[in-house]
Design a protein around this ligand. Structure first.
Ligand SMILES: CC(C)(COP(=O)(O)OP(=O)(O)OC[C@H]1O[C@@H](n2cnc3c(N)ncnc32)[C@H](O)[C@@H]1OP(=O)(O)O)[C@@H](O)C(=O)NCCC(=O)NCCS
Length: 373
């Protein structure tokens, strides 16, 4: 046993967390290659390395995936300080290289010199497609405003298909349930499938700029009725709330007087017709704007708000209760204990209050951001 655990201990040293081992970088100048401050790591690597996000067989594993910040030509290198030896250790190291090769398109560089010479050649890179929006963001470090542009491109733009293949790998690293998009699937154009701002640029307002630009782009298309995302992440919902509230706040249907009268068909119709916002999203916008118009220090106003929001939140619980009532009718008493019902009801009150408090705190954050915009 002692021998086994010593062996286990030894082998454990050859396990590397792949979220740490994978090192990503957007390179503009050759000196960026040696600058650790520009390196960032994935949030997820389970789709490539399994749920444990571990690669076995190496000590000090580094999987370098460096990209030219313009057209994303890629440098892929694997480094490690030591590796298990099949003959000596009787175990085989994971084939990290082939796992990565499966998710990056061919044509990448394996030598730093080749990559650097490409950097120089591709210095005049221009984004693909049509320019939709230009804006600037103040950069503290540089002490100046930096201009950014948002382009719209599709597979008919020469070179974009190959660029998109290189770009897609990032989805694996930053979207938990990401899957590669089949660009030949016609339906691709009908869904806003995934949205990603790379970590070095997060928290600077680019997400909001991008969301608003995409929304305005589809808003102006006569064939689009609704703009929505499938299975949105928490951060995405925050971003959407902020942008939709910003777009809606000046609509006449959201005047403070109308907000205090409750959610109305007028709001649904106006938001749908003018901004292509669906009923569910309009309801959230209403709740956020009503919170702004409500004096939460006033017991009556605050009670009115709480009841109105909770009435919506309770919808799914009511459904559950109806199901429970149905079960009660169908099951014998010994199959459905009173105790079970009781637990369930207590849970509902607590959960409802918790959901309400969480929601209000999320809404307050949106309003704070709105006040700063
Ligand atoms: C979700 C995502 C797109 C947001 O992009 P982003 O560019 O970071 O978004 P923004 O910068 O507009 O807003 C993010 C936060 O930064 C804050 N912020 C924006 N500009 C800022 C500035 N100049 N200074 C300080 N903070 C700022 C915002 O207030 C917001 O904070 P909050 O969440 O506390 O309200 C991005 O985090 C991402 O790609 N995540 C991984 C993939 C993902 O989840 N995609 C969505 C589902 S497909």
């Amino acid at each position: 046993m002692a021998g086994l655990s010593a062996m286990e201990k030894k082998l454990a040293e050859f396990k590397c967390n792949t979220n740490e081992a994978i090192q990503l970088k957007l390179v503009r100048f050759p000196e960026d290659l040696e600058d650790d401050s520009t390196t960032f790591n994935p949030e997820y690597s389970h789709q490539v390395f399994g749920d444990d996000e571990v690669a076995f067989g190496y000590k000090g594993l580094k999987i370098l995936l460096y990209y030219n910040a313009g057209n994303l030509s890629t440098l892929f290198r694997i480094k490690y300080t030591s590796k298990v030896n099949e003959n000596f250790d009787c175990v085989e190291a994971d084939d990290v290289e082939s796992k990565i090769r499966k998710i990056i398109p061919p044509g990448f560089c394996t030598s730093t010199d080749d990559f650097v010479s490409l950097l120089e050649k591709e210095v005049n890179f221009k984004p693909f497609g049509t320019l939709l929006h230009t804006y600037s963001v103040h950069n503290e470090e540089a002490g100046e405003d930096i201009t950014y542009q948002i382009y719209q491109a599709d597979m008919t733009c020469p070179g974009f298909r190959e660029y998109h293949e290189r770009l897609q790998t990032f989805l694996m690293w930053f979207i938990e349930t990401a899957s590669f998009i089949d660009v030949d699937d016609e339906r691709w154009n009908y869904f806003l499938v995934q949205m990603l701002i790379l970590p070095p640029f997060q928290g600077e307002g680019h997400g909001a700029q991008l969301f608003e630009t995409v929304h305005r782009y589809y808003m102006s298309s006569p064939t689009v009725l609704d703009i929505t995302a499938e299975d949105p992440s928490e951060n995405y919902v925050k971003l959407r709330d902020f942008v939709l509230v910003k777009l809606c706040q000046d609509l006449p249907c959201f005047s403070p007087e109308k907000l205090m009268q409750g959610f109305s068909q007028e709001m649904v119709t106006e938001a749908q017709q003018k901004l292509k916002i669906n009923k569910q999203h309009t309801r959230r916008v209403y709740e956020i704007l009503r919170l702004r118009a409500t004096d939460m220090g006033d017991p009556e106003q605050s009670r009115g708000y709480r009841l109105d929001v909770k009435k919506r939140l309770i919808g799914p619980y009511k459904k559950k209760q109806r199901e429970l009532a149905k079960m009660r009718r169908c099951l014998r008493p010994e199959e459905l204990t009173n105790q079970l019902n009781q637990i369930d009801l207590n849970m509902q009150h607590e959960q409802l209050e918790e959901s309400f408090q969480q929601l209000v705190s999320d809404y307050r954050r949106v309003l704070e951001r709105l006040a700063q915009a």
